[in-house]
Design a protein around this ligand. Structure first.
Ligand code: GDP
Ligand code: MN
Length: 392
């Protein structure tokens, strides 16, 4: 789960990272007022969307007067920004962060990520910050410094100092850098983050460190024990399909194809998506309906899959262990009635109460396509797809 820059700065500041003063604004008037509260001098107006690359997309602007702040805020609010990270659909700006301007002498890149290879939190840093990490890795890979943190010892000060030296920091910056690293590490670990990124961590004209941008994303599987993090969720920035699924407790990931999938078990869902691809189709989503799915839950899964207008056929694939095939079958029939389904549906059932389940499908009188194996089901779904216009 991602959060906004202003939220990440708020969290990191609580852990001890130096950040500039700023205020949130939802209207041009509030933006102008925020500028006045900051002393009325030069301000930076920053679009709050769940994406980096806002600067080059016109979402960050230095404003010299309160009137400039008001005008730029009016221009930005309600606008959809397309950055190199958002995809073509972009993200809509509903709030702004108005911040006191900083005099930048140098920009540092600082990131904390989960390194799956070493199974450790890893720090990535570069003395040439400002640009995105992907770009940095391409254009200036030698400037990147990586350091793995031992979970038993935690981040130790000599490591942090070594990193500071390798970035060429000196004087008071070294102590400030150590404090910043420690704060980021604690925020990462204590809040079950997956990523903390400060880019740029600026060195000011006076030689001090300050976080000018901040990004945090969190492990959704740990949100149950981080209600204070969950509260920062902004559904307005999420894929509407995923937001709806989340609200119903379904594990769902939106994809680009036209075959809607309702499956139990993450492993089976992955295997089914592979089989669909093998059969020449494209899945529209990953959806794990979970164990012990009631007919009502099946109906909810149908509704969720159908929020995607690209879906042309639905494939239900259940291997019932904890689940019961007859419940799933009843859910499918109920979905037809309640949702007013018109799309072809392929059903493959296996496991507990499979005979009862198949009987319900057979005698339902509905145009359901039954399949015995996963491979058959995938092929049937590809065949049942509304035919695309044939290529010349
Ligand atoms: P991003 O493009 O989404 O990563 O947004 P950032 O918050 O990183 O802002 C983009 C760029 O704007 C930064 O890399 C800085 O160069 C610049 N910027 C941000 N805040 C300030 C500021 O207070 N003063 C100055 N001079 N530049 C700033
Ligand atoms: Mn940035």
């Amino acid at each position: 789960m991602d959060i906004h820059e202003h939220q990440a700065k708020d969290i990191l500041a609580q852990f001890g990272v130096p950040v500039p003063k700023g205020h949130l604004a939802y209207s041009p008037e509030q933006a102008a007022y925020a500028c006045r509260q900051l002393g009325g001098g030069i301000c930076v107006v920053k679009a709050q969307i769940h994406s980096g690359g806002r600067g080059e997309a016109g979402g960050v602007k230095l404003c010299k007067t309160e009137d400039e702040v008001r005008a730029y805020a009016a221009d930005l609010l309600g606008k959809t920004l397309v950055t190199r990270q958002t995809g073509a659909g972009g993200k809509t700006v509903h709030r702004l962060w108005i911040e006191e301007a900083t005099d930048i002498a140098q920009e540092i890149y600082l990131g904390f990520v989960l390194d799956r290879k070493s199974e450790r939190i890893m720090i990535v840093a570069s003395g040439h910050g400002g640009m995105e990490i992907e770009e940095l890795a391409e254009t200036d890979p030698d400037s990147l410094v990586r350091m793995v943190i031992d979970p038993a010892a935690g981040l130790v000060d000599y490591q942090a100092r070594e990193l500071a030296f390798r970035l060429g920091l000196s004087g008071k910056q070294i102590a400030q850098f150590v404090t910043t690293l420690r704060a980021c590490y604690r925020a990462y670990r204590d809040l079950d983050a997956m990523m903390v990124e400060i880019n740029p961590l600026a060195i000011t004209g006076a030689g001090d460190l300050v976080a000018l941008d901040a990004k945090m994303s969190f492990d959704t599987n740990a949100l149950y024990r981080r209600p204070q993090v969950e509260a920062l969720r902004d559904p307005g920035q999420e894929d509407p399909r995923e937001a709806m699924a989340h609200d119903h407790g379904l594990a769902y990931v939106g994809l680009d194809g036209d075959i809607g999938c309702i499956i139990n078990g993450a492993g089976l869902a992955m295997a089914t998506m592979d089989m669909i691809k093998l059969a020449g189709g494209e899945p529209a989503n990953f959806l794990d309906i979970g164990g012990g799915a009631s007919p009502e839950r099946v109906v909810t899964a149908f509704r969720t899959v159908l929020t995607d207008p690209k879906v042309g056929v639905i494939l239900v694939n259940i291997f019932a262990g904890i689940n019961r095939c007859d419940w799933i079958a009843r859910g499918v029939v109920q979905a037809y009635e309640e949702v007013g389904l018109t799309l072809p549906v392929v059903v493959r059932l296996s496991g507990t109460n499979v005979e009862e389940g198949r009987e319900i499908i057979r005698t339902s009188g509905l145009p359901l396509i039954s399949a015995d194996t996963l491979a058959e089901a995938a092929k049937a779904a590809v065949r049942a797809r509304p035919q695309p216009i044939a290529a010349e």
